[in-house]
Design a binder for this molecule. Sequence first.
Ligand code: NAD
Ligand code: AHE
Ligand code: ZN
Length: 372
Amino acid sequence: MKTRAAVAWEANKPLTVETVDLEGPKPGEVLVEIMATGVCHTDAYTLSGLDSEGKFPCILGHEGAGVVREVGAGVTAVKPGDHVIPLYTPECRQCKTCLSQRSNLCTAIRSTQGQGIMPDGTSRFSCENPNKPLWHYMGCSTFSNFTVLPEIAVAKVREDAPFDKICYIGCGVTTGLGAVVYTAKVWAGANVVVFGLGGIGLNVIQGARMVGADRIIGVDLNPGKVEMARKFGMTHFVNPDEVGRDKVVQAIQDLTDGGADFSFECVGSTATMRQALECTHRGWGTSIIIGVAPSGQEISTRPFQLVTGRNWRGSAFGGARGRTDVPKIVDWYMDGKIDIDSLITHTMPLDEINHAFDLMHEGKSIRSVVTF
Ligand code: NAD
Ligand code: AHE
Ligand code: ZN
C-alpha cells in the first residue's frame, strides 16, 4: 500500500513529506493507522546525527496512537479496529527480562529495532523515487500515517480516549511519570529535583506531586518554562544562569537540608547528570538519568559520591511494561488524575512537522502533536 510519511533522508536536514510504499503485516505483525504522534527530543537527537543507532533514510517518530487495520497470521493480542499505542519498549512476556519482572527492557526484538528493521531482518517501508528502502525507527516510525509493528509492540487501549492526547503516553508521559512511580518509587514527603523542564521533566514533576512529594525543585536555563512547571507542582526553581552554573549543587543542598532524596536528569547533558547525582543526599540519595546524551560521551563523578551512599541509576520508558502499564496510564488520564492537555502546546498537520522541531529547539513548545 501507499502511505504519507515524513522522511528523514539524512542527518540535520528537514524532513520531507512523501508518499511511500508500505508492505502489509507478516506473521506476528500488525498494520496500524497512526492518528496522531508527538515529537520528542529523542527524534531531534537522532536527526542531529549523534545517535549511534541513527540510520538514514528513515521514518522517525515513536510517540503515536492509532487503530489496528490489519493483522498478520497468528496474531492473537489485537484485532482490526482496536485502538493502540505503539511501544518502542515492547513486552513479549516470554524473554528472560520480561519473566524476571525486574525490568521493562524486553529483549525479544531489541537488536533488529536498533538496526531499523523488522524482526525478520527486512524493512516494510520503501520509496520508489529514488528506489530505496527506508529504515524503521525505534520499531515505531509514527511519522507515517500507516506503519507496521510486531504485535508485542502495541498496547491495546480504551476506545474513548482521544488519539491527539494519548499519543504522548507513547513516550513522554510514561517516561516521566514512570520514572517516579516504577523506577525510583518516590515516597510521600520526599524532596525531588528535576533537571530540565521540558516534555519529560514536567511529567516527572506531575508524578512527584501525584505521589505526595514535599519539595519539588525544578532546574532549567529557560525561565519561560517556570509557569507551566509551577502549574504541575514545582515548588522551587533554580536557574543555573542566576545562581552560577558551578553553584547549582549548593543551591539545591541549601533548599533540601543537605540534599535531595531523588533527582531526575531530563536534559541529556553529562554535566547536568553529574550535578543531579551530587545534589542528592549523602547516605541514600538516588539520581535517575532519563536524558539521552550523545553517543560517545561519558559521565563522571568522584567515586566518593557513591561510597557515601548516593545511587546512580537510569530509566527507559519510565520502567513501564508497555502492554501492562500503558492502558492503566490512559485510564489515569481519562479519570482526570493526570493532565496531558496543558502540556500539548502545539498541534499541526504532518506537512508542518518541521515546525515542531523548530519550536522545540527554540524552547517555545512543551509537546507538539502532529495529527493525520
Ligand atoms: P525538551 O527539549 O522538551 O526539554 C529539555 C529541557 O532541558 C528544556 O526545557 C531545556 O531548556 C532544558 N535544558 C537544556 N539545557 C539545560 C541545562 N544545562 N540545565 C538545565 N536545563 C537545561 O526535551 P524532552 O522531550 O523533555 O527530553 C528530555 C531528554 O529526555 C532528552 O535527552 C530525551 O532524549 C530524553 N528522553 C529519554 C527517555 C528515556 O526513556 N530515558 C524518554 C524520552 C526522552
Ligand atoms: N539509540 C540511542 C538510545 C537512546 C535511548 O537511550 N533511548 C531510550 C528511549 S528515548 C525515548 O525518547 C531507551 O529506551 N533506551 C533503552 C534502549 O534499549 O534503547 C543511543 O544513544 O544509542
Ligand atoms: Zn521519546
